[in-house]
Design a protein around this ligand. Structure first.
Ligand code: UGA
Length: 433
């Protein structure tokens, strides 16, 4: 089949490369000429394990193309995917659909023959109806169907998530469109990934409901962690104890400094706005948003507590700045709350992240180092904010020799308290009372 993918951000680029790897012919289109130039040269603008090789192979084998202008690809496409950004609108938290609607206008002028127009971007319920209205207005003669096909991939595990999904949700009542979508995803039959056909609005809501539920699950265990600290219990054992119940499940029960990233914060907020506008507020998600924001702010206080309030003039080493490991994404990362607050308290902060290069612009006043041991050097406290693998097996004796005070504040619980304490460290984790 022939696919046109509008937008080469995370979702567009990964989906485009994976569809090409399924054997389809895919053109990824983006207005950003320098990005397309780089992609044509095989340079990948984001850090995503495995993506570079996947793009390279599919370009070489003649199934994956990049272009700044989509007319030709859209004209011949069986399916055109809209995978442009939907950032939070400034001021009110609603999803900003400017790019989605602009893409729809453009596609409308280019389609030829029956074309399935698919939204992969995360869009509020009813956006598909609006896209359909735009297409009908611009092309009253057009033969098309508008489908919602949300993406559930995680940064850092995106290729595996795309190729081995728990499910694929396809929102359309149009039978021709259902057939095209089933054909596009046919390679997944091998893994027995279920294709779930629903109405379009239902599909749009499934995406938000999934992210909101996961954000709520994390927030639940984070509050449980606070309770564990007060009551003298261990949150990791609580997570295991409840997670083994299949009805609950063990995933997304790792307590930490609060969720971040380009999806959970934006999507929970957008869902809250949609629900309250519809007169059907979802208070659990409203509370999740508030609790998570407060948690990120409270983390600097936790570090200060571990330092017995002695932060002013002290040197604090930070390991990990991105919102999670295996990504270079800094969006809504907990570090963006924690680090400025520590600086505000008078600390000198030195930090290292393997991929979070953007942090250099986002966190003024930080002394950026080239590795974890450089960060430990002379520090009065070492704070683990992001659980990159390379921080899990540090040479602790070396770290201890380098630090001025051997204190580790582990906001991701990657070390075992007894073990690290036996090496002469003072240790503070999350929810281990
Ligand atoms: C999330 C969803 O997991 C994907 O299914 C979805 O497709 C994606 O959003 C999206 O809407 O595009 P992502 O933002 O890449 O994916 O990252 P996650 O792995 O979900 O992590 C989000 C945040 O939650 C991170 O800050 C992470 O550290 C935190 N988290 C996650 C925890 O604190 N504890 C956990 O147990 C899991």
């Amino acid at each position: 089949m022939r696919v046109a993918m509008i937008g080469t951000g995370y979702v567009g680029l990964v989906s485009g490369a994976c569809f090409a790897d399924f054997g389809h012919v895919v053109t990824c289109i983006d207005k950003d000429a320098s990005k397309i130039e780089r992609l044509k040269k095989g340079e990948i603008p984001i850090f995503e394990p495995g993506l570079e090789g996947l793009v390279e192979r599919n370009v070489r084998e003649g199934r994956l193309f990049f272009a700044t202008e989509g007319a030709e690809a859209v004209k011949t496409a069986d399916a055109v995917f809209i995978a442009v950004g939907t950032p939070s609108r400034r001021g009110d938290g609603h999803a900003d659909l400017t790019y989605v609607y602009a893409a729809a206008e453009e596609i409308a002028g280019q389609i030829d023959g029956f074309t399935v127009v698919v939204t992969k971007s995360t869009v509020p319920v009813g956006t598909g109806d609006e896209i359909e209205a735009i297409l009908k207005r611009v092309r009253p003669d057009g033969d098309f169907a508008v489908v919602s096909n949300p993406e559930f991939l995680r940064e850092g595990a995106a290729i595996n998530d795309f190729k081995r999904p728990d499910r694929v949700v396809i929102g359309t009542d149009d039978e021709r469109a259902q057939r095209v979508m089933a054909e596009l995803y046919r390679p997944l039959n091998l893994n027995e990934s279920p294709l779930l056909f629903t109405g379009r609005r239902t599909s749009e809501l499934i995406k938000y409901a999934a992210n909101a539920f996961l954000a709520m699950k994390i927030t639940f265990i984070n509050e449980m962690a606070d309770l564990c600290e007060t009551l003298g219990a261990d949150v990791q054992q609580v997570a295991r104890g409840i997670g083994l119940d299949n009805r609950i499940g063990s995933k997304f029960l790792h307590a930490g400094p609060g969720y971040g990233g380009s999806c959970f914060p934006k999507d929970t907020l957008a869902l809250v706005r949609t629900a309250s506008d519809a007169g059907s507020p979802i208070r659990l998600v409203e509370t999740t948003v508030q609790v998570n924001a407060a948690r990120k702010k409270a983390m600097a206080g936790k570090v200060a507590d571990a330092m017995a309030g002695q932060v002013k003039g002290k040197r604090i080493g930070i390991l990990g700045l991105t919102f999670k490991p295996n990504t270079d994404d800094m969006r809504d990362a907990p570090s963006l709350d924690i680090v400025p607050a520590l600086i505000e308290m008078g600390a000198q902060v030195q930090a290292f992240d393997p991929e979070g290069h953007e942090a250099r612009q986002m966190l003024p006043g930080v002394d950026f180092k080239d590795g974890p041991y450089e960060v430990a050097d002379g520090a009065d406290a070492l704070v683990i904010i992001t659980e990159w693998d390379q921080f899990r097996a540090l040479d602790l004796d070396r770290v201890k020799r380098l630090m001025r005070t051997p204190l580790v504040v582990d906001l991701r619980n990657i070390y075992r308290p007894a073990e690290i304490e036996s090496r002469g460290f003072q240790y503070r984790g999350i929810g281990r009372g």
